[in-house]
Design a binder for this molecule. Structure first.
Ligand code: HAM
Length: 484
């Protein structure tokens, strides 16, 4: 529901005026229950607010701010930032290992990019609003639409196939559960221009490579794999029009989230008969390709793709990580072929990652279709999994040198020493105030410095500094230009 608060604000003209603050979550216009006289000149008839006229209110009466970040979002103080960098470095190194190039897009996109007809959950979770130029914009809930936009924009100026990766922040107004939040970072790898299953097979291989690097094994994690073509073949058999395909997938994706009767009811609305719904649900519980072939009554394209993927998995060396599961359809409308999801085998967490083939996304934005597939891998669930398995790395702040002047007058000399070391690529924490040696040693231990470089009067007159290696206690004097 759209929340409306009236806040009394003191504007620059020194008068008090009520201003509407609209909750940005709901995208659908609603009638405002607020009497007209309280609606500022900037608020429009449909309840939306024109940012071009009214600046954000200046609330002078509030003395203390809430020091917590908005619900569902995170700060990254140094300890958390070290972990985030460690994780992102693995994402980036794995991507480069597979020959991918890094890209990025704006966090803010036009709202239209994310509005699809299929009734996806992601649409209801959109952070969307009108900007100061009265344009409908949204914080991206995923990276794939921006990628499609960029590919269309680049057109023929790029040669296919493209292998691109990105690590970016996404926003979804989600119900918060373990590992699910209102903002998260997603690592995406996508291949544009390869119609063959080799692309999906290699994408899964890159995720397996990541897992192995961080110590996660096939007994901790697996991939459930299926193909949207399984459903498509069934729906064609049941006479369901093609344009309802995305919608049916979204309904089926909710199987574990809402009661089965609700699922049947929603499927009924798409025109599938009761008998066919029963048959469809039976097929979705199939867990082997042979059984699927029996149920579908022959090997179609879906089975061929899946068999190909399983055979490639063997060659890439990750067979033990993947299993067929017809119930995996994924909650985004645009997938057209193989779909997959990474799950923890203990079943405690939500999907670790997910992706698939989306050969027809570009034409939904008015571009020419190009075969494409990729995956998204969030930063939150994986951290929960690493914690659960005792695999979180111990990451400490580390600095090679602490440089300190022993005399206030020598602070300039200490700065010169710090610069000389930094020019050689060494990390230096320069003590910027006059502090007793005891304090300096304490700090050195807190920042895990490798050595202490002391600038004292007599040595400095001879062009020397004192060095103490903190791990061994070894102490010596050395010329500044010979410091290594
Ligand atoms: P998705 O399954 O919606 O797919 O999200 C991918 C991954 O992002 C999830 O498996 C999870 O790790 C993470 N994730 C999603 N929502 C949240 C949340 N609220 N909090 C924490 N983590 C979250 C996509 O977004 C597709 N665009 C992926 C893709 C790329 N398909 C092809 N290319």
């Amino acid at each position: 529901m759209r929340a409306i608060h009236i806040v009394t604000t003191r504007l620059s003209s020194c008068c008090f005026r009520p201003v509407l603050l609209l909750d940005l979550v709901s995208c659908s216009p609603r009638h405002s229950p607020i009497p007209k006289r309280f609606i500022s000149a900037a608020a429009k008839a449909d309840g939306s607010r024109s940012g071009s006229i009214v600046a954000p209110p200046v609330i002078k009466d509030v003395e203390k701010i809430d020091v917590n970040p908005p619900k569902g979002t995170r700060d990254f103080p140094p300890d958390d930032m070290r972990l985030r960098n460690w994780l992102f470095n693995h994402f980036k190194e794995v991507s480069r290992l597979f020959g991918y190039e890094e890209i990025d897009f704006p966090v803010l996109e036009t709202e239209a990019l994310f509005i699809r007809k299929a009734g996806e959950e992601i649409r209801d979770q959109l952070y969307c609003f009108e900007d100061r130029g009265n344009r409908r914009v949204a914080l991206r809930p995923e990276l794939t639409p921006s990628l499609a936009r960029l590919v269309i924009q680049k057109g023929k100026s790029v040669s296919l196939p493209l292998k691109w990766f990105a690590v970016g922040q996404c926003w979804r107004y989600e119900r918060m559960t373990r590992g699910r939040r209102r903002e998260h970072y997603q690592w995406n790898m996508d291949i544009i221009g390869v119609p063959e299953v080799t692309a999906e097979a290699e994408l899964i291989s890159s995720i397996v490579t990541f897992f192995k690097r961080v110590g996660i094994t096939a007994s901790d994690v697996g991939f459930k794999v299926s193909s949207r073509k399984v459903l498509q073949e069934l729906l064609i058999k049941y006479g369901v029009p093609e344009d309802l395909f995305g919608r049916v997938c979204i309904i089926i994706d909710k199987i574990e989230k809402i009661p089965i009767d609700e699922i049947k009811k929603e499927l009924g609305f798409t025109g599938i008969s009761e008998d066919d719904i029963e048959q469809l649900l039976k097929v979705l519980s199939v867990k082997s390709l042979d059984d699927l072939e029996d149920t579908l009554g022959g090997a179609g394209e879906a089975i061929a793709d899946l068999r190909n993927l399983f055979s490639l998995a063997e060659k890439f060396g990750y067979s033990e990580w993947i299993q067929f599961d017809a119930s995996v359809v994924r909650g985004l409308a645009y997938y057209t072929g193989i779909v997959f999801e990474g799950f923890d085998r203990k079943g405690k967490l939500r999907a670790i990652c997910g992706g698939g083939r989306y050969d027809r996304l570009l034409s939904t934005y008015g571009g020419d279709d190009i075969p494409a597939c990729g995956f998204g891998f969030g930063d939150a669930v994986i951290v929960e999994l690493l914690k659960e398995n005792g695999l979180l790395p111990e990451l400490r702040q580390e600095v090679e040198n602490i440089v300190c002047a022993l005399d206030k007058d020598l602070q300039g000399a200490a700065a010169t020493v710090a610069t000389a070391l930094r020019d050689k690529g060494q990390t230096v924490d320069l003590v910027l105030e006059s502090k007793p040696l005891k304090w300096v040693f304490k700090r050195a231990s807190r920042v895990n410095a490798r050595r202490l470089v002391l600038v004292g009067k007599t040595e400095w007159e001879d062009g020397l500094v004192s060095v103490k290696v903190l791990s061994s206690g070894e102490q010596f004097q050395v010329k500044v230009n010979e410091l290594e």
